[in-house]
Design a protein. Structure first.
Length: 194
């Protein structure tokens, strides 16, 4: 198994967790591997960080062997409008809508590149969130990458609003919390006999 990240800092965190994986510093849109090197490629909760998304998908297709499979798993902001993070930190929603391609755009690019059997699967997670517990999570800021991606002023305004609503009793103590996760899969076709 091989893991790839452009960030040396992220690789330094990953290596102690899984030292049996070959960690490689590389850009996902310029993979340092020979064509037809892998049977399976996965991108887990990172696609929005990739600047050259179409390039990354082309590179994934290039390094896959025939009948190889690609699976992308990520948050789907287009289907998560009532996620509490978006309610209190609106700048996070705007950033995510900019950085997370719509699912149909990802699948269309994959099909144009040559992937077949492209599938979209949505997983809607509905649960109740105690705001007293949630504000402690939010105050740690590094527990959600969306909070790290917005300006300090926007983050601080969201925390103040949440605290004020809790103090004034204008927000219910327990709120509905909804998040949609997306899995997109595709295969590299077998070219068959010449």
């Amino acid at each position: 198994m091989v893991g790839v990240d452009r960030s040396l800092g992220m690789l330094r965190q990953a290596w102690p967790k899984s030292p049996n994986i070959g960690w490689v510093r590389a850009d996902a849109a310029a993979l340092p591997f020979l064509a037809l090197s892998f049977d399976f490629v996965s991108c887990q909760f990172a696609f929005h960080h990739v600047q050259a998304k179409a390039g990354m998908l082309r590179e994934t297709f290039r390094v896959l062997r025939p009948r190889g499979r690609f699976v992308l798993r990520n948050l789907c902001p287009q289907e998560s409008s009532d996620w509490l993070y978006y309610e209190y930190f609106r700048e996070a929603k705007l950033a995510d809508l900019r950085d997370f391609w719509p699912p149909e755009a990802v699948s269309a690019v994959m099909e144009a590149i040559g992937f077949t059997a492209v599938t979209l699967e949505y997983e809607h997670l509905h649960f109740q969130q105690n705001l007293s517990a949630w504000i402690e999570i939010v105050r740690r800021r590094d527990t959600c990458s969306q909070l790290l991606a917005i300006p300090d002023t926007a983050y601080e305004a969201g925390v103040r609003r949440l605290q004020r609503e809790m103090d004034e009793g204008t927000a219910p103590q327990v709120r509905a919390h909804h998040l949609c996760l997306l899995t997109i899969g595709g295969e590299k076709p077998n070219p068959g006999p010449p």
